[in-house]
Design a binder for this molecule. Structure first.
Ligand code: GLU
Length: 304
């Protein structure tokens, strides 16, 4: 067992490479990531000021905006290991909002933060805001603030293509199911499907590695994330069933900084109205096969 575990990390890139070659019909190119030339260019607001926001003031003085993201979620937040560059829908949301706050994309520093560490990173000032499949809920609102939502996802299941027994969460009794520590999908499985055998890692890509090497039977998280993994290796993986939760994605901000939160809400609304949101979606998350939805209504909740 230990043996297999050690092998799996080395095996995954090979498996992915083989699958990418295998799934290309003659003449059809392999599945690619977002293409830079398809991405919108966001107008940087030169005269924007937000003196009521401590976070904005600090970032302005520093000359850099530090944004927390994910780096292993295809079409959402993905880091190219060769160039170090980040791409995906969440990255585009981060960039369009930064432009409205007066920050050129060149002045954004992206920092990878795992699901379980988001609240702490915002609380201790490691990042100015966070854009990475971050579900807004009341529990988290006690610790951080949320602008948005900017997208609506739902919890779902990823299995191997040859899986016959799992079609939805009710089939998980006795099955090994992997999710990320500190995530809402992990908490929901624990609470509502106690017969599933839960396995937690820091990231979903490690879960997918475990699925491909037969160490777990399913990976559970948001459909938006799972569709990206499935789109990369459609010969190996499939998403099954219908989503069984609502996961509204928000932009995490320090809890006390209501000025920043509301400025981000205004910026998001402007980019939804001028077409940037849709263009960004189509060049990124749209590549995993789902046409652009209408963004959910923005929730400018009162400060407390
Ligand atoms: N949206 C869910 C959450 O915030 C799952 C995705 C993630 O872990 O980022 O927990």
């Amino acid at each position: 067992m230990k043996h297999i575990r050690a092998l799996s990390a080395a095996l995954l890139p090979l498996l992915l490479a083989v699958s990418l070659v295998a799934c290309g019909k003659p003449g059809s190119p392999p599945v690619k990531g977002p293409q830079p030339e398809d991405l919108p260019v966001y107008k940087v607001s030169a005269d924007f000021r937000l003196p009521q926001s401590r976070t904005w003031e600090k970032a302005k003085r520093r000359g850099r905006l530090v944004v927390g993201v994910k780096e292993d979620q295809p079409y959402l937040g993905e880091k190219d290991p060769a160039s170090g560059r980040y791409s995906g829908f969440d990255i585009e949301i981060a960039k369009m909002l930064a432009a409205s706050l007066g920050f050129d994309p060149k002045t954004i520093e992206f920092k990878t933060i795992a699901s379980a560490n988001r609240e702490t990173a915002l609380q201790n000032g490691q990042i100015d805001y966070y854009v990475g499949t971050y579900t807004i809920n009341d529990n988290r609102k006690k610790q951080v603030g949320f602008a948005g939502p900017y997208f609506m996802a739902g919890q779902s299941l990823l299995v191997r293509r040859d899986e016959k027994d799992i079609d939805g969460p009710d089939d998980l009794a006795g099955k090994k199911v992997c999710s990320a520590a500190g995530s809402t999908p992990y908490q929901r499985l624990q609470r509502e499907y106690p017969k599933a055998v839960l396995v937690a890692y820091d990231t979903y890509s490690v879960c997918v590695d475990n699925l491909l090497t037969y160490q777990v039977d399913a990976v559970s998280t948001d459909d938006s994330i799972l569709l990206g993994y499935a789109a990369k290796v459609p010969e190996e993986l499939k998403v099954v069933g219908t989503p069984f939760s609502k996961e509204p994605y928000g932009i995490g901000v320090p809890r006390a900084d209501n000025a920043l939160r509301l400025a981000l809400d205004d910026a998001l609304e402007a980019h939804e109205k001028n077409g940037d949101w849709k263009k960004a979606y189509e060049a990124t998350l749209g590549l995993s096969g789902v046409p652009a939805p209408t963004p959910p209504p923005i929730d400018r909740y009162p400060a407390s």
